[in-house]
Design a protein around this ligand. Sequence first.
Ligand code: SF4
Length: 385
Amino acid sequence: MPGLYLHIPFCKQACHYCDFHFSTSMGLKEQFVAALIQEMVLRRAYLPDPTAPLETIYFGGGTPSLLTEEELILIFDAIQANFTISPRAEITLEANPDDLTAAKLATLAASPINRLSIGLQSFHEPHLRLMNRAHSAHESSQAVRRAQAAGFENISVDLIYGVPAVSHDVWQADLASLFELAVPHVSAYALTIEPDTAFGRRLKKGTFAAPPDEFVAQQFEMLLAQLRSHGYEQYEISNFCQPGRESRHNSNYWRGVPYLGLGPSAHSFDGHSRQYAVANNPQYVAAVLERSEVPATFEQLSPLDQANEYLLTTLRTSRGCDLAYLRDVLGVDLLAERAAYLASLTAQGMATLEANVLCLTDAGKLLADHITLELFAEAPTTTSA
Ligand code: SF4
């Protein structure tokens, strides 16, 4: 069942680790909303079955909680005019704690949004200041409690671990604060230092150091142990939920379900190809409003690309990678071609292989990127006479 993603490319300030597309200038916000609505009209037939009801809608960013009540009404009116929304659709909005005032939550609760993904990242003040988050430690808990009081039960929170100078004791305290909130879904990410971020620039200058891999691995192990003991399932490497409370939108990404992405930098997938919209607000707004076109790069996926994408996404999930499907449907026979490597993974306790389904163990999850790269199928080399 298809999904709709809307990228809201504005933030109050730049977090020091973030390389998503956003602008801290709100100057183009009004024109952006007009362009987003116009893009819906232009691309309403993109999905393979444009009449199929949308099962999931996801407002990501950037900071979608910066949208005003009027802007949300305009956007939902446009979605309803251009698509059919399933009556049981999961409709998520990413929100930052500092935006979740009682008034904003009342607006959100009155809209079709039925799930909030709140970017807490930490409950620890020095940790939040180090990352240049716009909210305080107190606001982390307060935002979730306010959202619950406003009637939102379906809440996910984001946390970051593996941050320098954040000791295991602080991480343990963060997890204890998390469990007090009793939210059904948690996304927890290890800090990655991207080059085009404040942390990346400091790393290059030598004024910032990433923690050792072992330190990050220990915090990941603490996370797994604590979440499991509190009844959460790890259904993807970075995603945990109470039974039956998976993110339907993200699960569909990992299952290869088509989706339409709107807004600058948004990706779209129609089952065979991907499209990546320009990550530039002025260019996006001008192209859509003045020329009725969406500047984007287009990538036709070869069978090999599709096989590698299937491997990359499924190996991160608890369902694992069905190597028989990979062989029979996508034409890549790892069971035969990489039998020795698969055997070494299972012998070292990195993975299980049962009924042709490869699943990473906890030890394997720590090396998921490396194992995936090792297994990536390559195009056969051709030789010329
Ligand atoms: S982490 Fe979120 S709030 Fe911070 S800059 Fe990135 S998109 Fe904006």
